[in-house]
Design a protein. Structure first.
Ligand code: TXA
Ligand code: MG
Length: 339
């Protein structure tokens, strides 16, 4: 069971003070940990980009505690967004809408739209309510890397660059929010997540999928993203063990994320047996990949997940993680090899 902890009054007050002073605070949400800064303070938002090593033209999500503050950030609330917000907020859904006139360019990457989310995690809610304003927060990882789903991941990723990490235990969902753009009378799914396409279509009808033609490039939509350092490859189950064996022949260590135990012993493999339920798999995915990233393997081999919609968010993150892994295997003796 996931432990959801509430922060003490002292912790929340400290976090709010840091945010008001333009400093960064990491906090848990039910999806992943966010690296938060005052969304109304351009210097604070710039600091987020610096700490993450993220290019300045990539927009961040503004978090608010409820729909009551939405009007401060958008120029209009499209009816489709209103419907989605009423149904799925607070929760793992981010809505892209036309930006309001007072929003700083550094938040939106200069685009005329803005992404808004109302997270459900009690500690995120506590922080947002106490702060009162919007908190700009990307996932609290270095640019292009795995999102943190535990407080210790944030420390690992960012060290002392963040003043305070609120520890809310493990994130329940474990993958970033679903992103839906509601613009010009249409809805478009930009990133799959725990709120599924079927749920969204069930509520509002037609939904386009994928980046809009001619859309500005944004990090969640670049193929290479959410990646471990070790090259990652997605492999069908029927090829998995033969591939592990062929790496063994070449003297290479591999790390495996599968959905069953190996049928024979592989001396060269660190093997994690993940859940066959998409929710449980997603909950653990980034923590497992972090673990496998540290075993000194030359490759992480991930068993292909089912081609069902319930697995869309997981499949999306795996395919992005493998897209940034087009690196050649190390030469024998160059790392990731068997002792
Ligand atoms: O679950 C989440 O969404 C987490 C937690 C912390 O809320 N946040 C998160 O932020 O994943 P980040 O920055 O890692 O990803 C936000 C994505 C980016 O990929 C960006 O492309 C997209 O949101 N985005 C932000 N503003 C946008 C906009 N105006 N139009 C289109 N996409 C936008
Ligand atoms: Mg991110």
């Amino acid at each position: 069971m996931v432990r959801v902890v509430r922060a003490t009054q002292t912790e929340i007050e400290a976090a709010v003070e840091f945010l008001r002073a333009g400093e960064l605070v990491a906090f848990p949400t039910e999806t992943v940990y966010g690296l938060g800064g005052n969304a109304s303070n351009p210097a604070a938002v710039r600091k987020i980009f610096e700490v993450k090593g993220r290019p300045a033209n990539h927009p961040v999500i503004v978090h608010i505690d409820s729909i009551r503050y939405l009007h401060r950030w958008v120029s209009e609330v499209p009816p489709l967004a209103q419907q989605l917000a009423e149904r799925f907020w607070p929760g793992p859904l981010t809505l892209v809408m036309p930006r309001g006139p007072n929003v700083n360019d550094v938040v939106t990457g200069g685009q005329d739209t803005i992404a808004i989310r109302v997270p459900a995690h009690p500690m995120a809610q506590q922080l947002l309510t106490a702060f009162g304003g919007g908190i700009a927060a990307p996932s609290a990882n270095r640019f292009g890397r795995l999102s943190p789903t535990r407080a210790e991941h944030v420390r690992e990723e960012l060290g002392d660059a963040v003043k305070l990490v609120l520890d809310g235990g493990e994130c329940q969902i474990g993958l970033e929010s679903t992103i839906v753009a509601c613009l010009e009378g249409r809805a478009r799914l930009l990133r799959p997540g725990a709120v599924t396409l079927a749920q969204i279509r069930g509520l509002i009808g037609a939904v386009d999928v994928g980046a809009a033609p001619g859309a500005p490039r944004v990090p969640g939509s670049t193929p290479a993203h959410y990646a471990p350092v070790t090259a990652l490859e997605v492999v069908p189950l029927d090829r998995l063990e033969e591939l592990v064996a062929s790496h063994a022949q070449a003297g290479r260590k591999v790390a495996v994320l599968a959905m069953r135990t190996p049928q024979r012993a592989h001396r060269n493999a660190t093997w994690i047996n993940a859940s066959r339920r998409p929710e449980a798999y997603a909950h653990n995915l980034y923590a497992y990949l972090r673990t496998l990233d540290k075993v000194g393997a030359s490759r992480i081999l991930v068993q292909e997940v089912p081609a069902e919609e319930r697995w869309d968010a997981v499949r999306d993150r795996l395919s992005r993680a493998s897209a940034s892994s087009q690196t050649p295997l190390p030469e024998d003796g160059a790392g990731g090899v068997l002792p």
